[in-house]
Design a protein around this ligand. Structure first.
Ligand code: CA
Length: 703
């Protein structure tokens, strides 16, 4: 029987007298392996010294605070902020990149990993580099063909691609220095994250845990791309021998043939580095499959899933770990942004690392040892009542583990209470500014789970949305998004700004007393860092998910953000739950005081909804079979109720949907594999494909 569930792919609050010290502004390192004499070349020293004028590393500094000391733009004058220039990235898919700015140049990535080098003053293109990625790889990416930006070092720019490559380019010309492969192409690895560079080593992980991979992070020599070390985040097959004692230790926390599906634990986004402690911090993702009862049937915590792991950057040697979600079963990754800061807690200065992972708790840990200091839920959470202060482990609710239970709406859902969208920490206010959200999900055990490498392997039933307006309206009311100012010492909210829904942009804070954030409803706003009062707002036409930056050139302060609506929530749900994005034009937008330029006018498309294909005469059983197969295979990209997000072709009105032959050629013969539409023949047969077609046509005719 077809159960109606929701992949609602979907899913509170004062001021402190905190210490204002910058966390890791320590003395320059004595010796990088290749210290550059020229002051304008980027090294560990320049990143540690955190030159105020540029934005040299993904999180601005190794502490990843995403806070700038610039204050020319401040609470008193931000009302005069205006658009100086915009640059069209030539794409209509998600833009998640943080621009990097150095020496008057801005480097930003767009869809399919195209790197754009711009004059940071004018937006004039200096060069563009297209790595010509294998687009078939997008079919193996969980969450849109996105990328979060480049890294710079010396006189080179480094970019990692969706097809698993790491590339070094000449920063001035875009000429390729080297181009290496970082993945085993027989597995569905993809890269969406931005590299970080520490002590001449380019660090990069990858994604793919939904589809069946074994996670790892690797270090490569900046000069030639030679691999220096690799740290696996989960153990492999014991029969093959363990790579090191750490993997042997981790394997004791797994049961069953966990290695068959890869295990997961991909390190797809967050890193931070403390030069004084010489520790590299890596955020680790969920397991393959999600469902712990299937993945590790006789129990076990499954290290290092959903953990923060501290490593030696020179060797990749394990130092400590803290697991946020033991025996992870809900896609509760700990890959979310991590921030290093020094906080006075109970009268003692502590070197802390802070994270607000998907599971809904805000963690403060000692970053030297991994010792648990405190944790509190920053959104409503239903899977656990609290984190036990003695053990540092969550106390789960009886409903949390879903095997053999009726589905109930759980918070957070797989989209998380906070996803990849970066937060910021202001040493001035002592507050962490979090793009928080509520997007619930009903987890249901999949009775007939079978691992299919390269396809979504969650061990859970998704289920499409109920196809009636009243229920959809009720579901939409459960979807929430907010800018949350969180006091990490008191573990409580200072203030909150409610947005129209989830999936809003990353955050920047400045010593101008401001917090900047873009929103799903196509605006870019500035808020008072102490109160949350909105001080300025700009209509971006396109929803914003990326994080803003700021930089100074010729004595003037600029604020920049990349717009472009996309990512996992958008693909799966934004067609049903629209937010206000009027167009989807990937752009870089740069603002300064007194500028008054306007965005190009929107081309209003008088698009009439076409006639859907004629209903197929099929039984209710066939429709139900098609609905289930659609939900478990197609929904994550083509959207709930086949209601397109606009990022990829709309199945409801596609000519392919109206032709049985064309549908078969695409769905189970791979005719569009090169465009990123996978060949599903390993997953289901022609009859099921046709049942999916009947379901899509039925929902297209339901309007
Ligand atoms: Ca995941």
């Amino acid at each position: 029987m077809y159960k109606i569930l929701t992949f609602l792919s979907l899913s509170l609050i004062f001021l402190c007298g905190c210490d204002r010290s910058e966390s890791v502004a320590q003395k320059p390192l004595a010796a990088d392996s290749k210290i550059r004499a020229e002051a304008n070349l980027v090294t560990s020293n320049t990143i540690i010294q955190a030159d105020d004028s540029g934005w040299l590393s993904h999180g601005r500094t190794y502490s990843e605070q995403r806070h700038s000391p610039l204050q020319a733009i401040n609470t008193k004058n931000v009302a005069d902020l205006g658009l100086l220039w915009s640059y069209d990235l030539g794409t209509s898919r998600g833009i998640e990149a943080t621009p990097i700015v150095h020496n008057g140049m801005m480097y930003v990535t767009s869809t399919w990993n195209i790197v754009h080098a711009l004059d940071a003053r004018t937006g004039k293109q200096i060069w563009q580099f297209d790595p010509v990625v294998d687009k078939e790889q997008a079919g193996k990416a969980c969450c849109d063909a996105v990328n979060r930006g480049v890294a710079i070092w010396g006189d080179a720019v480094f970019t990692a691609t969706i097809d698993g490559r790491l590339i070094s380019l000449d920063a001035k010309t875009g000429a390729k220095n080297w181009d290496i492969n970082t993945i085993d192409k027989t597995y569905p690895y993809t890269i969406t994250g931005a590299p970080r560079i520490v002590k001449g080593k380019v660090l990069i992980g990858n994604g793919g845990a939904e589809l069946g991979v074994r996670g790892y992070i690797s270090a490569y020599d900046v000069e030639n791309g030679n691999q220096l070390w690799r740290f696996y985040t989960v153990p492999g097959n014991p029969a093959d021998g363990f790579e090191n004692a750490t993997m042997e230790m981790a394997a004791k926390t797994w049961t069953g043939k966990y290695w068959a599906a890869g295990g997961g634990g991909t390190a797809w986004d967050s890193m931070a580095y403390d030069p004084k402690l010489d520790l590299l911090y890596v955020g680790v993702g969920n397991g393959t499959p999600w469902n712990h009862a299937i993945r590790s049937p006789d129990g076990g915590d499954n290290l290092f899933l959903s953990s923060i792991v501290a490593l030696r950057p020179d060797t990749g040697e394990y130092v400590w770990h803290y697991q946020t979600t033991p025996a992870e079963s809900w896609d509760y990754t700990a890959t979310q942004h991590m921030i290093l800061a020094d906080l006075k807690i109970d009268g003692v200065m502590r070197n802390v690392i802070m994270q607000a992972p998907k599971n809904g708790f805000f963690y403060v840990l000692d970053r030297a040892t991994g010792e648990f200091i405190s944790a509190k839920n920053f959104v409503p959470v239903t899977w656990a009542t609290h984190i036990d202060e003695t053990t540092g482990r969550p106390v789960e609710t009886p409903e949390a583990r879903f095997v053999g239970k009726a589905p109930n709406m759980q918070l957070p859902g797989p989209l998380g209470a906070h996803n990849w969208h970066p937060m910021s920490y202001s040493p001035d206010t002592g507050l962490v500014y979090i793009p928080a959200q509520e997007a619930p999900h009903a987890f249901v055990h999949q009775e007939d789970y079978k691992n299919t490498n390269g396809f979504w392997n969650t061990g859970t039933e998704f289920g499409d949305l109920p196809n009636d307006k009243a229920t959809i309206k009720a579901l939409k009311s459960m979807l929430k998004g907010r800018l949350l100012a969180w006091d990490p010492i008191a573990q409580k909210a200072a203030w909150t700004v409610e947005h129209q829904g989830p999936w809003n942009g990353g955050v920047l804070s400045t010593s101008g007393g401001l917090v900047f954030q873009g929103t799903a409803d196509a605006h870019f706003g500035a808020y008072d860092a102490l109160t949350g009062e909105q001080k300025w707002r700009f209509y971006t036409q396109t929803g914003v998910v990326a994080a803003p930056i700021t930089y100074e050139l010729d004595g003037e302060q600029f604020v920049a953000i990349a717009s472009g609506w996309g990512g996992s929530y958008v693909l799966s749900s934004a067609g049903v739950f629209p937010t206000g994005s009027q167009a989807n034009v990937g752009r870089v937008l740069v603002f300064k005081l007194g500028a008054k330029n306007a965005l190009p006018p929107l081309l209003v498309d008088n698009f009439e909804t076409p006639e859907p294909p004629k209903m197929l005469e099929v039984s209710d059983e066939t429709l139900a079979k098609g609905a289930r197969a659609f939900a478990n295979n197609c929904l994550v990209c083509h959207g709930a109720l086949a209601y397109s997000s606009g990022l990829i072709p709309n199945l409801r009105y596609s000519a392919i949907t109206s032709s049985k032959q064309a549908w078969k050629a695409v769905v189970i013969e791979g005719a569009l594999a090169q465009q990123g539409m996978p060949n599903f023949s390993k997953r289901f047969d022609a009859e099921t494909a046709e049942a999916i077609r009947a379901y899509v046509i039925s929902v297209a005719n339901s309007e």
